[in-house]
Design a protein around this ligand. Sequence first.
Ligand code: ADP
Length: 507
Amino acid sequence: STASNSRVSPATQELDEAVRRARDMAQARAAFLANMSHEIRTPLNGMLGMIALALDSGLAAEQRQQLSIAHDSGKVLVELLNDILDLSKFDAGQLELERIPFDLGAMVEDTANLLSQNAAPSVELTCLIAPDFPSTVLGDPTRVRQIVSNLLSNALKFTRFGRVDVRLSSIVGGVRLEVSDTGIGIPEEAQARIFQPFTQAGAGITRQYGGTGLGLALTRNLCKAMQGHLHIHSETGFGSRFSADLPLPAHTEAIPPAAISGRVVALGNPGSGLAELLQGLLPRWGLDYTRHEDASALAGLPVDLLITDDLEHVLDLRPAIAAPILLVTAYGNFLPAEQAEQLQPLQQLARPLARNALYQTLRRTLHGEPNAPLPHEVPAMRELRARILLVEDNPVNQLVAKGMLGKLGCQVQVAAHGQEALDCLERDTFDLVLMDCNMPVMDGYEASRRIRQSSRWPELPIVALTANAMPEERERCRAAGMNDYLAKPFRREELLALIEHWVPVSG
Ligand code: ADP
C-alpha cells in the first residue's frame, strides 16, 4: 500500500536502485553482444556456406580433408558465439523456452552420431534409450540438444579408454538424461567450481584438453531454466556421471515396432555397451537372442545372424559360419571394399547404433524385406520442387543460399532488396519467400508489410533470414507479417526442415 511504501527505508531504495542498475547493465551487455554476434555471423555465414559448397564438389582427398577441418573449426566458432550469447541472455533474463513435441530419443542418437568422430579409438560410445521411452516429449528441442551435446562433448573429450554412455529414461513427471564416462574424473573439491563460467577443474586442463569453461555453466543454467536439475557424480581416475532430470512431459507414448523373427547371436564381452544395448532391444523386437563371449561356443549353433564388433574374430569365423554377419565399427572404420567382399554376406553399422538403423538392418537381413519405417520415423529427404524467392543484398550470402537451395532441388530467383522482391512477385508465382531483414532501398520488414497489406498473396509464407539472434528480433519479424525465422548461419538441414514445413507437398 501507499502508506507502507512511503516508509520504505533508504537502504531498501538503494538496494532496489542497485538491482535495477545491474539488470540494465546486463541488458546493455546482452544487446552489445547480440550486435557483435551479428557482425561476426554474417562473414562466418559466407565462409561456412562456401566451404560447404566446395566440399560437395569433386575434390582430391587431401583438399577435402583440409576443407573439412576449416569447416569444423568454423562450426566450433559459431557454437562458441552461441554459448556466449546464451549466457548473456541468462544474465539479462531474456531466454525464452519453446514448448513443442519432439523425438528426444532420435535427437540423442543424432547428436551422439555427430559427436562420435570425437571419440578416442578405444572408447565405446553407446546410446541406451529405455524401450518404453515416449516417442515424443514436450519441450524446447534446441535447448535440450545443447544440454546433450555439452555433456557428451565433455565425456568424449576427457575419456581415453572404456565407455561413454548416454542413457535416456522416464522418471515421474519427466525424463532423465544421463551421460557417464570412464575418463579422468573430477576431484571432489573442483566439482562445485566447474559450473562457474570460464572455470575448469585444474590448471593443466586448458593446455592438455583445450576448451573455454563455458559448457557446464550454460548446461546448468539451461537445466534450471527448464525447472530441472543437473547432478554430478565423479571420482578421480574412474570417471564421471552427469544426470539431468528435466520435467519434459510425454507427448506420444512409445510405439513398439512390428516384431521380427530369427535367431540372433552376439559375440562379445558382457561389459560392453553393445551387449547392453542388444539385450535391451532385441528380445523386445521378438528375436531369439543370445550372447557368447567365446567364439568357440558358436560352432554348430543354429544362427540366422551374427552381431559383433570384434573384427579379428570375424576374420577367423567366416569360413565356418555361413550366416550373415553384422559388424559394428567405430566412426570412419568401415572395412575396405575388397575385405568386405570376402566376408559376404556382411552388413556394417557405425557406432553408436541408432535404434532405427539397427531395426531396419535386422529386418532386411532376417526377413529379406525392404525398409519398413519405424512408426515414428520421419520420412526420408525428398527432392523439393519449391519455387523460392530469395531476397538478399549480400552477394556472398546470395551465393550460399542459392547453392544450398539448388542442391535441395528448388528453383531460386534472387532479388537484391524489398522493391525488387515486390516486382518479382508481380511477375511470377512463388511457394516461399526467404527474406533478409536489413537491405538498402527497401528493407525486409517494409517489404513484408507491403506484401501482407496488398492481400494478393494471403497464403504466401515469408521466412525471415537474419543474423540477429535476439528474441525481440523474432517479434519484430512476426509483427511485420513474416511467418517464420531462420538465424544465419544456417545449415542445409535447417533450411530443408523449414521448406518442408512451409511448402506443402503437391500431388
Ligand atoms: P570446457 O570443457 O570448455 O573446459 P566446461 O564448462 O564444459 O568447459 O567444463 C569445465 C571443466 O569441467 C572442464 O574443463 C573439466 O575440467 C571439467 N569436466 C567437465 N566434464 C568432465 C568430464 N566428463 N570428465 C572430466 N572432467 C570434466
